[in-house]
Ligand binder design. Structure first.
Ligand SMILES: [Ca+2]
Ligand SMILES: [Ca+2]
Length: 330
């Protein structure tokens, strides 16, 4: 009996050391979760455990902790806490949750490179480090030239590690700007060469504009379900199918059965242009099209069982138009 009491005291202290809070299980039982990772200390050792996030709280399944702290059921009985259903979700405990740092008004930053091409074979290359995932576009301006409609410069933005060309465009009389692309943090190159005509020694400025992705933009590459951009139920996500073959995968996880639909919005464009949106678990659950001429399309409502889902967005003709999709809990 004494031994049992000692163990109880030990585990009681351990519980406080872990700063666990027993959650109101019924309150989350009907909830929609997203998967996350909770970094918590167990016996003084920091561990990253799979967790679920619901309404800004993280929960770790007791079954994931039982091998570490042992005798959970016995201790819970001693403390009057219902830890005895260790292996039976939704028994869960709450762990400290640190809200992600989100700046809803993330400023658009700029980085400019100035130069000129001294001869017709000159290549000017500039290094640019994108410090975080961002929505990026490139502006190109130059001094006055007396010729209209001639392309004097070719400009590229290149991902340094893969060699992928993000932008490849020409600038003529009045300069040029690209559409935005959603890019991962990393090293990029801006490369300026002559266009079809050479116009040496005219000064130009190439400016990269970048707006931090705070979870509101897709994160390329997301062309497979293994690289899907994480989304959360009831939170909008913006992306676009910028290149031919650009498939956008998104993923979310729910803990329990829920009714949901998907809304899909974009600016009005050519009505013949279509997006195809698919909701996939093991099989395709839902498919619908969003027409260019219709601002907002809402799918049928379906009942989802617990598990991991993917939303796949494709478009027959690549284009720069943003779309925003939301998985709505109904
Ligand atoms: Ca995309
Ligand atoms: Ca993509």
């Amino acid at each position: 009996m004494k031994k049992a009491r000692d163990l109880a005291m030990f585990l009681f202290g351990l519980a406080f050391a872990l700063v666990f809070v027993v959650t109101d299980i019924p309150a989350i039982a009907a909830g929609v979760f997203t998967q996350t990772i909770a970094n918590i200390k167990i016996n003084g050792v920091m561990k990253a455990l799979p967790a679920i996030n619901y309404e800004n709280h993280n929960y770790v399944q007791l079954a994931d902790l039982a091998p570490e702290i042992g005798y959970v059921g016995w201790w819970s009985a001693e403390e009057g806490m219902n830890f005895d259903k260790v292996a039976s979700p939704p028994s869960a405990i709450e762990v400290p949750y640190t809200p992600p740092v989100i700046n809803p008004a993330a400023p658009i930053e700029h980085k400019s490179f100035e130069g000129n091409l001294p001869d017709d074979r000159a290549v000017n290359t500039y290094n640019f480090v994108l410090p975080y995932d961002a929505r990026v576009n490139l502006d190109f301006t130059h001094d006055y030239t007396e010729y209209d409609n001639r392309t004097f410069w070719n400009i590229k933005l290149i991902a340094e590690d893969t060699g992928n060309i993000i932008f490849d465009f020409e600038s003529k009389d009045s300069g040029a700007s690209t559409v935005p692309a959603y890019l991962p943090a990393g090293d990029y190159l801006v490369r300026v060469t002559h266009g079809r005509y050479d116009h040496r020694n005219t000064n130009y400025t190439a400016t990269i504009n970048y707006e931090r992705n705070v979870g509101n933009f897709e994160a390329e590459p997301n062309n497979t379900n293994g690289t899907a951009t994480q989304i959360q139920v009831d939170k909008p996500m913006t992306g676009h199918n910028l290149f031919d073959g650009d498939i956008d995968y998104y993923t979310f996880t729910i803990g329990y059965a829920a009714n949901a639909n998907i809304s899909f919005t974009h600016d009005i464009i050519d009505g013949s242009k279509n997006w195809k949106i698919e909701l996939i678990k093991d099989d395709t659950i839902l498919t619908f099209n969003s027409k260019g001429g219709i601002l907002n399309t809402v799918s049928d409502t379906v009942t989802l069982t617990s598990g991991k889902y993917f939303v796949r967005v494709t478009r027959g003709d690549a284009g720069a138009e943003d779309y925003t999709l939301t998985v709505n809990r109904k």
